[in-house]
Design a protein around this ligand. Structure first.
Ligand SMILES: [Zn+2]
Length: 273
């Protein structure tokens, strides 16, 4: 197994996930840089924290933690939001970029122990920070969120969050609270945000969403009872939309888009049979 703080071999082309201030280094073609260390127009990486974070298409992936506003990588490309990688459907690449962003964030926010305040050390065989004074150990934080497409006949429940751009509608989502099973989060969030009861919730798939560290757990469910009452603290507006006449929805590559398209496909399939 690869240790996190090794470096790539000289003759080994790898993927380079360079993170600066929460943004990722992308080439002019909006791609993750790939190649041999010696051939990359990088600064001296001994000055940077370099972390092995996994494999993608039979190549190793390395995180390089750059400084905020670091200009030493400008010969490769520029630092942009990880969201740039959602455009298109390369979900593996997006997932690894999400991982690199979250590991960089973890390392920069766990330099000191939350229990005793001593300086923490990186563990050399897994991605973790350890306090040798009080033995407290931390791992990258992952915050689970449910996200659910709710159906009523040929309609879907969509809402516009306060931070969504004008005209963009999505499915409901919310954080799992401490001690809560996912089934309960689903019922609670849907009731709180839209005032309706759901039934027959089915898990579809999940997506890491590194803004800053969510894990979106996606479901499809059916409306059971209640009129829609949108929570004005969390949402701007919302309601039932005909599946054949949808407003603007989140981009392809997002789990919200996937859930909406899955629900539409299921409804279309039913009306054919
Ligand atoms: Zn400690």
């Amino acid at each position: 197994m690869n240790k996190p703080y090794q470096r790539p071999a000289q003759d080994e082309p790898v993927w380079w996930f360079v993170i600066s201030g929460g943004e990722i280094l992308l080439t002019e073609e909006k791609q993750i840089p790939h190649g041999l260390l010696d051939e990359m127009p990088f600064p001296d990486l001994s000055e940077y924290k370099t972390v092995f974070i996994g494999e993608l298409r039979e190549r190793h992936c390395y995180l390089v933690v750059a400084d905020f506003g670091d200009t030493n990588f400008s010969a490769v490309g520029e630092f942009l939001s990880v969201r740039e990688l959602i455009i298109g459907t390369d979900t593996e690449m997006f997932a690894m970029a999400a991982r690199s962003k979250q590991v960089a964030d973890f390392l920069s926010t766990h330099r000191f122990c939350g229990r005793c305040g001593s300086r923490m050390q990186a563990v050399d065989w897994e991605i973790a920070m350890h306090c040798h004074s009080c033995q407290h150990r931390c791992y990258p934080r992952i915050s689970p969120c449910i996200i659910v497409a709710i159906r009523k006949g040929r309609q879907i429940l969509l809402a516009r969050g306060k931070r969504h751009p004008e005209g963009l509608y999505s499915v409901l989502a919310g954080f799992v609270e401490a001690g809560e099973p996912l089934e309960q989060t689903l019922e609670r969030e849907v009731m709180e945000e839209a005032g309706v009861r759901i039934k027959n919730a089915r898990y579809v798939s999940s997506q890491s969403w590194p803004f800053p560290n969510s894990l979106m757990i996606g479901y499809i469910a059916e409306w059971d009872s209640g009129d829609v009452r949108i929570d004005p603290f969390e949402l701007e507006e919302g309601g039932w939309y005909d599946i054949d006449n949808l407003p603007r929805i989140p981009a392809e590559g997002t789990i919200a888009n996937k859930l909406i398209m899955r629900l539409k496909a299921e409804i279309d399939q039913e009306s054919k049979s």
